[in-house]
Write a protein that binds this ligand. Structure first.
Ligand code: PMV
Length: 372
């Protein structure tokens, strides 16, 4: 499906029965790492450029939502038992938007439990996994409230369409493998409104890639991604960025199709450098990299010149994602353990890889080692 809005029956139910007193939904949804970065947006969460990401498997959020019929009371939302949880303003804004589209959500209060398998706000896209899991839970309870069964292949595009409003990158987390978000002539059915799964065009050699996430710092990042996107309005290099990202996007598509790992890796590095260069040359001149991030970059590039096939990328934070093929896993992971893990905060790193996408859960099975 493309250009999805919601199932008509969800937005305008002719449902006359009694609404259920209590509903439950649980989803585990992954983070994703952008190989081509979404950076800068127009009103209505429209990206300034197309982005392309790889979904992860082990960096995920588990969320459960219990919906309780309000019965005339003012609806409320409590997250992890905390009425003033730090995620509450963002999730409340998103819920208000979604409830305007899907009115049955206004009839319920929500008890939300949510846990990350990784530290949030450190350049591992917790907003992508968090917002995608939350969206899937809300759409699932809304559908159940009006006795609508939405098959997963229809639920995921609708969830992608909705999650985008909470966090742009979250729309790409709805699919396993690789996803594209943003209109581009290079993929006629790609859309600004939702992500498109594109694993089908990826060469079999690159369908499973390793991503070792080096947690250089666990400190919350100093710049929210919303503020980061804003720096692109009136940025002195905005026009160059548009030309550059379109050329990177085309190169990345060709490299993924042909199975050219080196080209994928070099373009991912160029995108990471461009993102941080844009941040540093914006009006506020934000530096998000740590000295250890730069040291790790040098070590990675040096090891590559000695024949190891590993490449890095970064999100808007100091942590590195190291991309390498499954076939070189043993040698690259032992190199990382010896040379790069000493640079990580508390030696924390996550050996992740291309993921399968979201899945329903009956309960939360992880303990949060990384409280907000
Ligand atoms: O989805 P947001 O608003 O958190 O923005 C994500 C921006 C980057 O992580 C830097 C790039 C991307 O495409 O994921």
């Amino acid at each position: 499906m493309n250009q999805s809005s919601f199932s008509e029956y969800l937005t305008n139910p002719s449902f006359t029965g009694k609404l259920p007193e209590q509903l439950f939904s649980g989803w585990q949804s992954p983070s994703n790492i952008a190989l081509i970065k979404f950076w800068g947006k127009r009103p209505g969460q429209i990206p300034m450029n197309p982005s392309l990401s790889m979904t992860l498997q082990l960096a995920f959020t588990q969320t459960t939502v219990e919906a309780i019929l309000c019965d005339g009371k003012i609806p409320e939302m409590v997250i992890n038992g905390d009425p003033s949880h730090p995620f509450r303003p963002k999730l409340t804004r998103f819920l208000s938007w979604l409830a305007e589209q899907i009115p049955v959500l206004k009839m319920y209060s929500f008890r939300v439990e949510t846990r990350n398998s990784f530290p949030h706000s450190t350049g591992i896209a917790s907003s992508a996994s968090g917002l995608s899991a939350f969206t899937l839970c809300l759409l699932s309870v809304a559908a159940e409230a009006v006795s609508l069964r939405i098959p997963e292949e229809h639920l995921l595009p609708q969830a992608s369409f909705a999650a985008r409003m909470g966090s742009g990158s979250a729309c790409r987390s709805m699919y396993g493998g690789y996803s594209v978000w943003g209109k581009t002539e290079m993929i006629p059915c790609a859309s600004d409104l939702e992500a498109l799964p594109v694993s089908g065009i990826v060469h079999p050699d690159l369908r499973c890639m390793r991503d070792a996430i080096l947690v250089i710092s666990r400190k919350p990042k100093s710049l929210t991604s919303s503020k980061g996107h804003e720096t692109m309005n009136g940025h002195p290099f905005a026009a160059c960025r548009t030309a550059q990202v379109n050329s990177h996007f085309l190169g990345m598509l060709e490299a993924l199709k042909s199975g050219d790992l080196e080209q994928v890796g070099l373009l991912a590095e160029a995108e990471a450098m461009a993102l941080h260069a844009l941040l540093m040359t914006a009006a506020d001149g934000t530096v998000l990299l740590e000295p250890a991030s730069l040291e790790a970059i040098q070590i990675i590039r040096n090891s590559r010149s000695h024949g190891l096939p590993l490449f890095f990328t970064l999100d808007a934070g100091p942590n590195l994602h190291i991309l390498f093929p499954e076939t070189n896993r043993v040698e690259v992971e032992s190199f990382i353990e010896n040379e790069l893990v000493p640079l990580c905060a508390g030696r924390l790193w996550i050996c992740d890889y291309t993921g399968k996408g979201p899945e329903r859960i009956g309960e939360i099975t992880i303990t949060d080692n990384y409280p907000a």
